[in-house]
Design a protein around this ligand. Sequence first.
Ligand code: ARG
Length: 314
Amino acid sequence: MSLIGSTSQPSLHKFGRDCHTSNYQCLSQSLAEYKIGPFCIKLYHSSSNQHPNFIMKSIIFLGVVALASAMPKLDTALFQGTDPRLIVGGVEATKNEFPWMIDLRVGGHICGGSIVSPDWVVTAAHCVGGSPSSYTLVAGDHNLTLNEGTEQSRGVTAIVIHPGYNRPTIINNDIALMRVDRPFEFNEFVGPAIIPQLNFAPTDLATVAGWGMLSFPIGDLPDVLMKVEVPYVADEPCRIANIGVGVVTESMVCYGVVGKDSCKADSGGPLMCGPDNALCGIVSWGKDCALDGYPGVYTETSYFAEWIRSTIAA
Ligand code: ARG
């Protein structure tokens, strides 16, 4: 769902077995765009400084041309019948529908986040391994390429990563708080999310929002905020589905169905439950995006309600 500017070279967030341990470095990946006739192809490089050599580019070019002419419906086939132009399965959010929604930037968009108080934003720990000064938090945003007059941009003075992050398993306790250099001014476009308490039961449906990829592994990043409604998946089936991918712990919650999911660069953003859109989850990880049998895995915010309260009160 969400986005990085389409003209500049975006830096994307990556979650993969090869990179969980090196936090920040692995979050920025090069992404090259190739325009081939009506097609725009985006390719990731495993290391940010590498570019495919000319021979590789030629092979890729020829392969894409051959496939494109043989299979005009290649994109649809790849995404199992879902429309690859929609967030993975979602729609554009109404402007400022989620006033707590944060665009977390390192130059361009890398992750989402949610406002929890005038001074604090909650996001995923795996989004924020760098120093506070490398991040910008923008509230009140909708179209990342336009100045819509509702944006409030802030620097970051402190980052508190949960002490249990990556313990005892990789990506566990994937939550962090960021303090802004000047309080947000709350108005109809910018305001705090409600944090559910520990006994909160996940709802059957939840909404996830972000500017992340519209499809995976080939996909555009939207300019506008996207949202999608996803169904609850119980811990045990989610744990079993993800054996070999990652460990689903008690403080994670799973939502998603084939064709509907959050995706790369949605991390840190809100999963919302119930009539008041309470922040019941934080986009954390998943196998690719919107795959059949692999729901997205979210940090279950209610488990961290007390940690959030005490950290921002300190
Ligand atoms: N780790 C990804 C990110 O950095 C988010 C992954 C969510 N994946 C999913 N299939 N729901 O943006």
